[in-house]
Design a protein around this ligand. Structure first.
Ligand code: VGL
Ligand code: ZN
Length: 235
């Protein structure tokens, strides 16, 4: 049975975005919620703000009780990181550069290790989260994905962690839909997990059509696109 709150959310979604699923989902105890980069840098007032970024915080807090396992990630760059436009002569943010591993979008300086900008959003309330994966800490390599760095070789260890704990399914939320959320979800699929993206628990940067491109790739890879109202939350 749905709570009144969930019904209200369903009605709201019916008019706003994609329709909620007919059959609600109860995440298995062998599922993990992955909360990607919900940090000060990616919300209003941060160094690389994602439009509406802070709006997902209460949604993530609301669905968290449905999960026995929660993994949090943190974009965690060195000062002078290769993904920063400021590290490249005559480059501006949102242009691209060729790095050793391929084309890299250049960003404003953001999420520098140990700064308040890189801290998790203060309203994120995930007391049951058990691990924080930090990524992008090698100065010359970016890492959008929580599983594998942009060189597509260096692993973070998250797949091993999840597999050792018997986790087969992941639900991905956070920032940004078309970068770190999408890359994390695609790598999770590649590594054999059953993967959901909880769309309303994400917000996008949407650079030159990157959001539509990301959803297309996610769909082709077999990632399931759901809404928070599709999840059964224990009361
Ligand atoms: C991200 C751009 C640069 C993200 C991180 O979390 O999506 N995007 N660094
Ligand atoms: Zn970054």
């Amino acid at each position: 049975r749905r709570s009144l709150l969930q019904s209200a959310a369903l009605t709201a979604l019916a008019s706003a975005g994609p329709a909620a699923l007919a059959k609600p989902i109860r995440p298995s105890t062998r599922a993990a919620l992955i909360v990607v980069d919900v940090q000060n840098c990616f919300v209003e007032g941060g160094t690389l703000p994602v439009k509406g970024g802070a709006e997902i915080v209460p949604i993530i807090n609301k669905i968290a009780p449905a999960f026995a396992n929660i993994v949090v990630t943190q974009d965690w760059h060195t000062a002078g990181h290769a993904s920063f436009a400021s590290s490249h002569a005559s480059k501006k943010p949102f242009e691209t550069a060729k790095l050793s591993y391929g084309t890299q979008v250049l960003w404003p300086d953001h999420c520098v290790q140990g700064t308040e900008d890189a801290a998790l959003h203060k309203d994120l309330a995930l007391p049951t989260a058990q691990v924080i994966v930090r990524k992008g800490f090698h100065k010359s390599v970016d890492s959008y994905s929580a599983f594998e760095e942009a060189d597509r070789k260096t692993r973070t260890g998250l797949a091993g962690y999840l597999k050792e704990r018997g986790i087969r399914t992941v639900y991905v939320t956070g920032l940004a839909t078309d970068f770190c959320v999408a890359w994390t979800a695609l790598d999770a699929r590649k590594l054999g997990f059953n993967v959901y993206v909880v769309e309303d628990a994400t917000r996008a940067i949407d650079l030159d059509g990157s959001l539509a491109a990301a959803w297309k790739k996610l769909k082709a890879a077999g990632v399931k696109r759901i809404q928070s109202a599709d999840l059964i939350i224990p009361t």
